[in-house]
Design a protein around this ligand. Structure first.
Ligand SMILES: Nc1ncnc2c1ncn2[C@@H]1O[C@H](COP(=O)(O)OP(=O)(O)OP(=O)(O)O)[C@@H](O)[C@H]1O
Ligand SMILES: [Mg+2]
Length: 317
């Protein structure tokens, strides 16, 4: 599709997980389109055409089916077709198949006399209070050439990108991350202050082990899903027309989970934390930072990272 691939974050293994599919897309006074309508089935779609034909514009239209400012983070005014009649408003309408059924989503600039213009949303014809309502139907993410720093810069950005994907699949991921980070900070403070309250430390380490393993397990599961979602690579049948992404998640707890059940990994993590108290009290990069979190400052080598080899091109150039 030339430049961008929208990654459908609810697409999983083709048989086991029902996926999200846009089966009809209509755009009105949107970018270069006065009006256009596309009907597809559940299979992956490849958009081809000369530069400037309007391929990315269609991806941008799809990006408005989720909350937010869309693929290009454009202002509402930029999106409206420049040649549109003065009173015309832009809009995107779509039929989306979701795991819980088909939903009709409409979104676009609202005609509000006097009030500041905003992007209004309709779900199955009914006005939604805010864009946030889209979140319960559609979760989308994208990887575009403008985001190439993701592959170049530190693993922290890649981890945050991965965590955003994980949030879409595991509703409790954010909670586990926050609980892990809070316990880690409390433990670091106790150790720094030289307070050897064994019971308190043990309780914090228990929280860290439980939540840290949950965080690592969820990240592993989503990376597995991405590996399995290779339907785009197989688009050409036996001949693979598109390169496959090669994804690896590196991290101590993640590695343990490859070898042992989650409960065993928790035990190991808890033991490791207990024995590392003296070391963690003395060092700025505690062993407790074994599950990477955005709050922790730690050497890059300890962070789990979503690494991409040269031949991984989720976003083709
Ligand atoms: N608000 C707008 N009104 C009218 N035309 C617009 C508007 N915004 C963008 N365009 C036009 O849309 C075209 C670009 O479309 P798009 O970015 O989708 O192209 P593309 O097919 O992705 O091209 P490429 O292969 O270069 O990535 C340009 O011709 C641009 O002038
Ligand atoms: Mg483009």
């Amino acid at each position: 599709m030339g430049h961008q691939a929208i990654v459908d974050t609810t697409a999983g293994r083709e048989t086991a997980t029902p996926s999200l599919a846009v089966t009809r897309l209509t755009v009105t006074e949107f970018r270069c389109y006065a009006r256009a309508r596309i009907e597809t089935d559940r299979r992956p779609v490849v958009l081809t055409g000369p530069n400037g034909a309007g391929k990315t514009n269609l991806l941008e239209a799809i990006s408005f089916l989720a909350p937010g400012r869309g693929l290009r983070r454009a202002t509402l005014a930029e999106i409206r077709r420049r040649q549109a009649p003065a009173d015309a408003l832009w809009g995107v309408a779509a039929e989306v198949e979701t795991p819980s059924g088909s939903v009709a989503i409409g979104t676009g600039l609202e005609a509000a006399a006097g009030a500041p213009r905003r992007r209004a949303v309709r779900i199955d014809g009914k006005p939604a209070e805010s864009q946030a309502a889209l979140g319960s139907h559609v979760a989308l993410t994208w990887l575009t050439p403008q985001q190439d720093r993701l592959f170049i810069e530190g693993s922290g950005n890649r981890r945050r990108f991965l965590d955003r994907l994980v949030f879409a699949f595991h509703a409790d991921h954010a909670g586990h991350l926050a609980a892990y980070e809070a316990a880690m900070r409390d433990r670091a403070r106790l150790l720094k202050e030289g307070r050897r309250d064994a019971g308190w430390l043990a309780a914090l380490e228990e929280t860290m082990a439980e939540n840290g393993v949950a965080v690592a397990a969820a990240r592993r599961e989503v990376v597995e899903r991405l590996r399995a979602a290779d339907s785009v690579a197989r688009f050409g049948g036996d001949t693979e027309l598109f390169p496959r992404a090669e994804l690896t998640l590196a991290g101590a707890v993640e590695d343990w989970l490859a070898e042992m059940p989650a409960l065993a990994a928790e035990d190991r993590f808890r033991d490791r934390l207990a024995t590392s108290r003296p070391l963690d009290a003395a060092t700025a990069t505690p062993v407790s930072a074994m599950v990477s979190s955005s709050a922790a400052s730690q050497p890059a080598s300890r962070r789990p990272s979503l690494s991409s080899r040269a031949r991984s091109r989720i976003a083709a150039s």
